[in-house]
Ligand binder design. Structure first.
Ligand SMILES: Cc1cc2nc3c(=O)[nH]c(=O)nc-3n(C[C@H](O)[C@H](O)[C@H](O)COP(=O)(O)OP(=O)(O)OC[C@H]3O[C@@H](n4cnc5c(N)ncnc54)[C@H](O)[C@@H]3O)c2cc1C
Length: 415
């Protein structure tokens, strides 16, 4: 609504009731919930018990200190919980996390006016933008040199610029050192800064749940997560781990991917075991524009010593992006030198998560950029950016000798 003028409409400051907005959020959560409900899983043939599980020996799980179930295999899928940094005064100030925030905010009539978000990862960044767009004064504090550190530097830079343009105070290189009442004191070098807030949201990452349900007693090794091998087996070959508790990534689709391996290896491991394939893992950060990524980034390619070429296509040239007034962003590909194999893709764009799917499919099934280029993409769509990126690669590798020869041939034909 604020950007309505971009579309030839009159820009207006949105008016809304915060409660109505949170009602919508909660309605959507309720609409999604049945997919993960006890009823659905019972219907699928799962014997679902609600209670606290503790592994008492490698073949026995105890529920709420009472009933004991015996089993051939166990899958640990205990997830994680928000990490809360040791910031003096934080407890007294009262903080929210991505777990508690929804319920607390649902009880408010108004959006808190001043919000501090500690953490520059995807959750902190998504929240910073969302709250700023709803009209809060948002300060995002990140101790590292940039937000979204898993992405390439230019991505972090672009999203930082977008957030700043929308009014978020992004403080990178700032350590959150203490709270004084309802104010956070940050330090950058020698400089201290005081940021007053009505709510402080801690989003500095999540810890795998590793204690209190039997891992220690059984001596199952844990580091940042439960230690597993390539088959997701723990120290005990019949005890598997999957999802946030197993890592190394924390995504719903990653948890589901691992769950397949854990379940299949548990059921059929005697005959054949499957090694988890992590090679083509997409993820999306739901800012606007979205950041969608799969495979290698420049940083991970350098780390792994993998040679790569970069191909870029700017959305500023894409018809659909221009018609949508959504032309900030790009498609960036890492390609294997000497052939058209896609090693990684990053898309910064409106709905980038949808557009990325083509590269995820291509990478998973070994389709190179020639195949993307040879595919008809409907005009005008955002997905055409993928084809044009493939076209950029082709242009950089055009067969100069043959083209020169063809040029001579056609000028000869013209006479
Ligand atoms: C704010 C936020 C936004 C996110 N956004 C995205 C996103 O956009 N896309 C995405 O892919 N991922 C996202 N994630 C990550 C995603 O939610 C997790 O990766 C995913 O939920 C992991 O699934 P899981 O089954 O491993 O763990 P969880 O979903 O955490 O489930 C673990 C369950 O085990 C239960 N449990 C733990 N211990 C015991 C015990 N001893 N006995 C019985 N039960 C136990 C817990 O109560 C919990 O219900 C987001 C996470 C957060 C916090």
């Amino acid at each position: 609504m604020r950007n309505a003028a971009d579309y030839g409409l009159e820009a207006v400051e949105p008016r809304f009731r915060f409660r109505a907005l949170m009602t919508r959020v909660n309605d959507i959560i309720r609409a999604i919930e049945p997919a993960d409900s006890v009823e659905r899983y019972t219907g699928l043939g799962v014997d679902v018990r609600l209670g606290f599980a503790r592994i008492v020996d490698p073949w026995t799980v105890e529920i709420d200190g009472g009933e004991r179930l015996t089993t051939r295999s166990i899958v640990i899928a205990a997830g994680g919980e928000p990490r809360v940094p040791d910031i003096p005064g934080l407890e007294e100030a009262g903080y929210l996390t991505s777990d508690t925030m929804w319920e607390t905010l649902s009880g408010y009539d108004e959006l808190p006016r001043r919000i501090v978000i500690v953490g520059g990862g995807p959750i902190g960044t998504e929240m910073a933008q969302a709250f700023a767009r709803l009209g809060a004064e948002v300060t995002q504090v990140e101790h590292g040199p940039r937000i979204l550190p898993r992405e390439d530097e230019e991505v972090s830079a672009q999203i930082t610029q977008v957030l700043r343009a929308e009014g978020v105070t992004v403080l990178t290189g700032h350590e959150a050192i203490r709270c004084e009442g309802k104010a956070l004191i940050t330090r950058s070098g020698e400089q201290e800064r005081r940021v007053a807030f009505d709510e402080i949201i801690v989003a500095v990452g999540r810890n795998a749940r590793l204690t209190g349900y039997g891992l220690e007693e059984l001596g199952i090794p844990t580091e940042r997560t439960v230690v597993t091998n390539d088959y997701l087996e723990t120290l005990y070959p019949n005890i598997f781990a999957a999802g946030d508790v197993a890592g190394p990534y924390e995504f719903t689709h990653f948890a589901a991917h691992q769950a397949w391996y854990a379940a299949v290896n548990a059921l059929f491991g005697t005959f054949r075991k499957f090694r988890v394939d992590y090679s083509v893992l997409p993820w999306v950060t739901y800012t606007e524009p979205e950041v969608a990524h799969v495979g290698l980034s420049e940083a991970t390619a350098k780390e792994a010593g993998t040679a790569y070429e970069i191909v870029r296509y700017e959305l500023a040239h894409l018809d659909r992006a221009l018609t949508e007034s959504a032309s900030r962003g790009f498609v960036k590909l890492l390609v294997q030198p000497g052939n058209d194999r896609i090693l990684g893709a990053t898309i910064v764009a409106h709905n980038a998560g949808e557009t990325l799917a083509e590269f995820v499919l291509a990478m998973k099934h070994g389709l190179g950029l020639n195949k993307v280029l040879g595919t008809i993409h409907a005009y005008p769509t955002m997905a055409e950016a993928n084809k044009y990126a493939a076209g950029e690669w082709k242009k950089a590798h055009k067969p100069e000798r043959i083209l020169r020869w063809l040029e001579r041939y056609h000028s000869w034909r013209r006479g």
